[in-house]
Design a protein around this ligand. Sequence first.
Ligand SMILES: Cc1ncc(COP(=O)(O)O)c(C=O)c1O
Length: 1010
Amino acid sequence: MNSTLRPSQTPAPLVNPLSSTNGKHSHNPVLSNFDVFANRHIGPNAEEQAAMCAAIGVDSLETLIRETVPESIRLKQPLHLAPAQTEHEFLADLKSLAQENKIFKSYIGMGYANCITPPVILRNVLENPGWYTQYTPYQAEIAQGRLESLLNFQTMIIDLTKLEIANASLLDEATAAAEAMHLMYAARTKESVQNNANVLFVSEECLPQTIDVLKTRCEPLEIEVLIGDHTTLNWEKHPRIFGAVLQYPTVHGEVYDYRAFCDAAHQHHAMVCVAADLMSLALLTPPGEFGADIAVGSAQRFGVPMGYGGPHAAFFATKEEYKRLLPGRIIGVSIDAQGGVAYRMALQTREQHIKRDKATSNICTAQALLANMAAMYAVYHGASGIKSIASRIHALTTLLAKSLVKLGFSLANDYWFDTLTVSFEYASTKDNIRKFALTHGMNFRYSPDDAPKPFVGISLDETTTFNDIQIILVCFAKATGRDLTRIGFDDLAQQADLTHFPPTLKRESGYLTHPVFNRYHSEHEMLRYVKHLENKDLSLTHSMIALGSCTMKLNATTEMIPVTWAEFGALHPFAPLDQTQGYQRIFKELENALCEITGFADVSLQPNAGAQGEYAGLLTIRAYHRSRGQAHRDIALIPSSAHGTNPASAVMAGMNVVVVGVDERGNINMDDLRAKAEQHKDNLAALMVTYPSTHGVFESTIKEICDLVHSYGGQVYMDGANMNAQVGLTSPAMIGADVCHLNLHKTFCIPHGGGGPGMGPICVAAHLAPFLPGHAVVNIGSDSAIPAVSAAPWGSASILLISYAYIRMMGGAGLTRATEVAILNANYIKARLEKHYPVLYSGENGRAAHELIFDLRDFKRTAGVEAEDVAKRLMDYGFHAPTLSFPVPGTIMVEPTESESLEEIDRFCEAMLSIRREIAAIEEGKADKTDNVLKNAPHTAHVTSADNWAHNYTRQEAAYPLAWVRERKFWPTVGRINSTYGDRNLVCACPPMESYMGNQVESLQAVGSV
Ligand SMILES: Cc1ncc(COP(=O)(O)O)c(C=O)c1O
């Protein structure tokens, strides 16, 4: 990952003249007896599959699939994909493909920096399934580790930006700036709304990819983007500006004092968002202190590899008054049933996508794993470490600047933190430098060929050495025929003060003062802290996480290994394409495979989460209608059962949402659909449909639904969250859709990382292909492309390797078998549990798809038990709860995936059956209605081993309800969390240490609520 690892020189292989006989030998089974990856990925073996079929009451897996997936949508041909590779073959092939990526020293900057991932974090967080396989911490009692780490992230961001509240990450800097635009727009005063204040000012010195994404997001909402020079902005001439976006330091490296700008903005009722470089804030006055209302940016350079574009965590900080408009998740502090400090996601009902078409953001999956890495980087280095890293980068930049000036170059910037812009009279000077730099393995930022003033940009970072500075100077001198001895380099390097930013912007305030940033600086301490947190969290390393709609399947080690290879991790997203040919080939192969799997014609790998895919897909539909002179088509029909991101994305894409009802079987209500499609036929833009439905059913009417929408001139958007039930059996194109997104972090094995990263590429039919997103910096997409939806051209490129690996190692047959077994596992659970828990919906033949919903609502009446009680009680058995109350309140949705073995599924079923007996005991009056194992769940070790035990059941019943639990016990570290308390007393930064001792409630209140 770090640039120290270079591709090795491999000797040329010997040509094998016998290779033509290889085919013959491979017919001998002994000679082709390789370990098959699909057999590792898929849980139940052939014998177990047969036994499970018998339990379901079908004679074979084929019969089950026939009874589940409607014949009319079955694929007629098997998937045509490259044959499956073994894990060993895959890694060997990928290693040679990796050599086609060239690791040049990157000085490109533009929001991405080389950095050093402390090895203790690399191995124990990024490469550790104990950190990357958890789900978003909705079940907070078994997620205290990552919640604490994400709280550290928020505290770090609050400290460095000096704003009052921060979220637990967004997708990238450009989309974070776009989220800020939405917030500023939503927060307009009544007067501004009346005055139709709909102009966003964007400094021309913002990162180009940020400007591009802002344009994308503003256009459908009819928000005008005014790009200009902030120093000459005439506010009187532009009275409709509601918000401004500035860059600090700018793309050219300039460091402006924005105080006067912020004052002027506020006087004109406009808000200011500053996109800031996190490292620079260690030295510079933070945005919160010079009047900014919002600070956004990327935490990438805090120890997260560039990865050719991602994944990295973006941050978002603002003032307390905007907490309900803040996009993304916020971690907060509360108390548990015993009054102890406990963390959980705060103010969940204000999470934007829950507000559906009233939302101001569609963000759902974010970048939790990378936020954790960045937070750990701050924990590892502490304030003084971060300050000395920033000071060193800045001093090297100043030394380079002074040397360049001595060499006779002119700098375009007056001040800098880490970036210099060297400007020239003639483009030929720039070209000579480029030529020289390329031959010596260096990438700088170059002005476009048509720029009025040619320049070369140089950004330094944590990895830059003294020697690197000298090499850069040699490069500039030799390429332009200048005399290096003029510099007096040694004298310059001896200068005491190498600070060069405006004196008014010297940071005076402290940061990272909390003990967590000051006690884990030795590696032993750090390692133990990382492990201490990891041990609090239930992940796939412990047991199955049967979260319906989330597809928590195996994230195989072989799929993960290449992500941290330097050839993939160390590339800048804007590196010249001829240096990234390995990546380009992987993208092409992955795109082809996704086209084959979906039946579509083209793919964009840019959207970096499912909801971003929804948004991008809807924008292609919008562009398509416009290209045909039908710009008026703006109605999106969305079933009431759809995920909240669907309506949120539709509104962001400028559409009006019309909700379509579902019938008692959970299917789209055809009468309602017909009526609404007819009613809106002139303006129908799209139908958004999830297939199989979020109710876990393959609706047999799906083709009819798609035909109906097409007949009224609309397009069909398929939400691909449930693609794990389709691959190889049917496809989005087969059912009649025009575009879909794929959650690669569900079906295609990217781990959930505790709430991200993810990837949401979109696949489209041929007529939508011309509109797939382009990019402002890297030339992709057609002439009709919509502007970018993400900061990087291929989104979070480095994790595409995971999905690529999965497809290469499974092959077409393996992928199809995985889908079949996913359906088998769900139907097996149905067969085992349906007599005890009513199953809400099933298909025409009584079969579930790959997930199913158990209805727990009646237990409230019979035993006072709620779905949440069952969810919490499952923790005592060592299981994470299935999806709770989505899409139907009072239910749980179970999705076992194909990767779970029969043994594990049986354990889950036994736990559910045991819980049913516990409910029965309450129903029959044998257990107390309020003091019982469900209401008091989960039980911590502390509670169970306390001297006092005042319950009506035994400690044994509380903690070890089944024999096998004893051996596999996972202890929740806090009791049931009081969410209401936490929301009423909102604390979103690390609480003082005293709050962990003595009277927690008092000390939490002393922190004050945000
Ligand atoms: C059905 C459905 N659609 C869309 C999404 C949003 O995807 P993402 O979280 O990747 O943005 C989800 C997320 O879980 C989902 O379940």
